[in-house]
Design a binder for this molecule. Structure first.
Ligand code: GLU
Length: 424
């Protein structure tokens, strides 16, 4: 009988509540007044639609889909669209709020939003996914817009879906709007550097944190959970800068090689084998969640939410955790990690490279101009470094973790903007 890996134990936190838990701590440090707290604690808008889609076999299946706009105080709302069978409203609400904080931490003029469709894209044909994407876009015509709400890729979506979205939106409006969505293919106004932007930001955050912790990259080891768009680029860029990546993982399990995994080879293998590492022989296979507790200097969770929990936090040996994923650490595990003296570069800072280059893409679309890759990278690296420094200084000033400091920076900016704009 085939071995079935047991599902990792989770804290099963409601993601919106765990976001609010951190928000409350930061709000208290800031002395945020009740009025602003009440504005920011719930999303501005929550849309749920049911999309009937004709499947290839002629049957009609109804998919539930969401778009949550958390805030547009700092600018049009921004955030990706997730295609996953576990998507639900609470998750999308939390992810939308995280986008507000993320954009505010890196000081880009966007609010926060998120979308999702409950579906399993792995079991759908390209035609079915295209019809679903076009139906979703049509349902959200009044929400999306280059000046109102700008979607982007997230888990389960990429350039292809963004191209369909842009096309459907443009057809309905009667003009071509490439600024309505980011993460597009280059030829449709996508930005150079967008694809690797989140992984690159993770790399910059890791190296900046290593400087603070006095870890020499050339003598360090790292484990990267998740080998998708974030994890694989982060692993590759860290390897290029001297970090020995001893373990990587994906849905097929974790792979370990104490001499360092050849990331280029792993990426090639993945690309040639249906997008997963199953059967990769450049490393030894271990159980998927063992990757989190390996004796490495740096741990990069770049896969799912709620993977570092009260069940495994005390077993973590890394000195530095850089959150490539959104919400990989449960709120209950935060204290255990802080007590162990592990530095965490939180998601809303560590993975903000993606939305930063999304912002550059939107700027280029509005200018009708194309930047070079060097320009994109130089500017996003600078933003990632200065945002890190700002959060680091805030952590020292308030004597809090980097996570709470990032929330303090973000909430303070949004609250200031709100105090100028005011309510009705
Ligand atoms: N989905 C990505 C994130 O969670 C990118 C969002 C965007 O570029 O708008 O940050």
């Amino acid at each position: 009988m085939a071995y079935i890996e047991p599902a990792p134990i989770k804290d099963k936190e409601n993601p919106f509540e765990s976001m609010m838990f951190r928000f409350k701590i930061a709000a208290k440090h800031l002395g945020l007044n009740d009025e602003v707290y009440n504005v920011l604690k719930s999303p501005d808008k929550q849309v749920i639609v049911n999309l009937p889609i004709t499947m290839d076999d002629g049957s009609i299946v109804v998919f539930e889909a969401y778009r949550v706009v958390h805030s547009n105080v700092l600018g049009p709302s921004k955030g990706g669209i997730r295609y996953d069978e576990n998507v639900n409203l609470d998750e999308v609400k939390a992810l939308a709020a995280w986008m507000t904080w993320k954009c505010a931490v890196v000081e880009i003029p966007f609010g926060g939003a998120k979308g999702g469709i409950r579906c399993n894209p792995r079991q759908m044909s390209a035609g079915e996914i295209e019809r679903l994407t076009r139906a979703y876009t049509t349902a959200m015509l009044d929400i999306f817009g280059a000046d109102t709400d700008i979607p982007a890729p997230d888990m389960g979506t990429g350039q292809r879906e963004m191209a369909w979205l842009m096309d459907q939106y443009s057809r309905n409006k009667g003009f071509t709007s490439n600024g309505v969505v980011t993460g597009k293919p280059l030829v449709l106004g996508g930005s150079l550097g967008r694809m690797e932007a989140t992984g690159r930001g993770v790399m910059i955050s890791t190296l900046t944190a290593m400087e603070k912790l006095k870890i020499n990259p050339y003598q360090s080891t790292c484990a990267v959970q998740g080998f998708g768009n974030v994890g694989s680029f982060a692993a590759q860029l860290l390897e290029e800068r001297g970090v020995k990546v001893v373990s990587v993982s994906d849905v097929s399990g974790a792979y370990i090689n104490e001499n360092g995994i050849n990331i280029e080879e792993a990426i090639r293998y993945r690309n040639e084998n249906k997008g997963i590492l199953d059967g990769f022989d450049g490393a030894e296979k271990i159980k998927g969640d063992e990757i989190l507790t390996l004796p490495v200097d740096v741990l990069v969770p770049a896969a799912l939410e709620d993977v570092i929990t009260t069940y495994n936090a005390d077993k973590i040996k890394a000195r530095l955790i850089v959150e490539g994923a959104n919400g990989p650490t449960s709120a209950k595990a935060d204290d255990i990690i802080t007590e162990k003296g592990i530095m965490v570069v939180p998601d809303i800072l560590a993975n903000a490279g993606g939305v930063t280059v999304s912002y550059f893409e939107w700027v280029q679309n509005r200018l009708g101009y194309k930047w070079t890759k060097e320009r994109v990278n130089r500017r996003s690296d600078r933003i990632m470094r200065s945002s890190f420094d700002n959060v680091y200084k805030t952590a020292l000033k308030y004597n809090v973790s980097m996570r709470i400091a990032a929330y303090i920076v973000a909430i303070d900016r949004v609250a200031q903007a709100y105090s100028y704009r005011g309510g009705f």
